[in-house]
Write a protein that binds this ligand. Sequence first.
Ligand SMILES: [Zn+2]
Length: 480
Amino acid sequence: MKLLILFSLLFCVTFTLPGSIAKAEFRAGAAKVDITPANGVSLDGSISKNGPVTSVHDPIHARALVLENDSTRIAIVICDLCMVGRDVFDHAKRLIEQKTKSKIPATNILLAATHTHAAPRAIHIGKKPLDDEYHRLLAEKIAAAVIKANSQLVPARIGYTSFNKKNLIACRRFLCKPGSVGPNVFGETGERIKSVAGTSSAIIKPAGPTDPQFSVLSVQTQQGQPICVLGNFSVHYCGGYKRGAVSADYFGYFSEAIETNLRSKKIDTSTATPAAIGIMSNGTSGNTGAFQRSAGQKRFLAFEGMLFYGRMLAMDAIKAIEQLSYQQNPPLKMIEHELQLKVRRPDEKRLAWAKQILSSPKSKWPHRWSKIYADEAEHLSTYPETVSVKLQVIRIGDIAIASCPCEVFAETGLEIKKQSPFKKTFTIELANGYGGYLPPARQHELGGYETWPARSSFLEVDAAKKIKRELLSMLQELAN
Ligand SMILES: [Zn+2]
């Protein structure tokens, strides 16, 4: 009798297992919302001189992926924007938290910009009243994309692969012969870097490596229907715009090509199936650029390069996905830390220089951008001594994502990938705010545009080392 009871108990336990597995089910949903700005909204900043909006070449979007298991729900949203300030992203996070009744807490939301330069900088730089209105709408639309993705959660599985596209990527900082680089914007001599330079006999070699890895995260229903493909690559942008025209650059063309392809492959086209969404995120591209011509061809015409890059990468990603094996119930975890970093504020000497440049607009400046950097010095003098930088890491099964708000140099991304406890690690930059360029200390020594103190480059010289160290420790915490 006792044996029979024991057997029945065992049988019951075995029988209840499928229920508990269903509870631990991994689910996913994806959606996109148009965030194209109205005419008059400011586009990219004072150096690019590409705004305000006068036309739309191709619309821009916020593309959202929501993932959940029994204990955790997270959202990743990539926006076709040049950069987004922390205030705008934090507003969107508060809305998401409220609207999901804290099912997606703010600390489980990664929001990032792609860095297309033909879209607004949603930060306080060069802001006008119309921009305030756009920033408010943007936060609401980012939240709407998450709410839509969240309403479409279905049982899902996940796969990851990567391939190299070395021929599409170049370091855009060049190490030059001593004495060959002219005075910088502040009139200082001795720098060794020309940035975004064409050809020059003074160039010795590229000043750093590139990260040629293209990562692909594929999310499907358990029956194999596509939900989302998230790509990640480290090319700054393609460019080749027309003044005042909005464009999502190659990030948008990649996503559109993925969506067209995935939708043509859907098994069930009824309305009950989730929309297939393509998303393209930027890895570590603070010092990298696209080649401005296809192999052996003449220079790209306007908007041609982005189409070439986006479609080629999408086709390669689709091919890679066909070989994938999927994880059914991947663990899901996200960690967020704040890191305090010092600001490179101008000293008395720099402020006196700025005052002199700004008070004598007709005199000869050491560099054509000197006035811009004199303005920037005055802006930076209002910054606090230290700022808080938001860092996040996400674990999805055996895949890890590390993110920070800066324009990160490739060497930092490569080191994070190499030292991560996860073999499959990729990085997302310009996430959760804007921390400017992040040159490693050695690149600060060499100088160049990306190192000149401004609202686009203001963190302390050791910021790259400190951010990398913190992200690696967070990745270790995820792995434990
Ligand atoms: Zn840029």
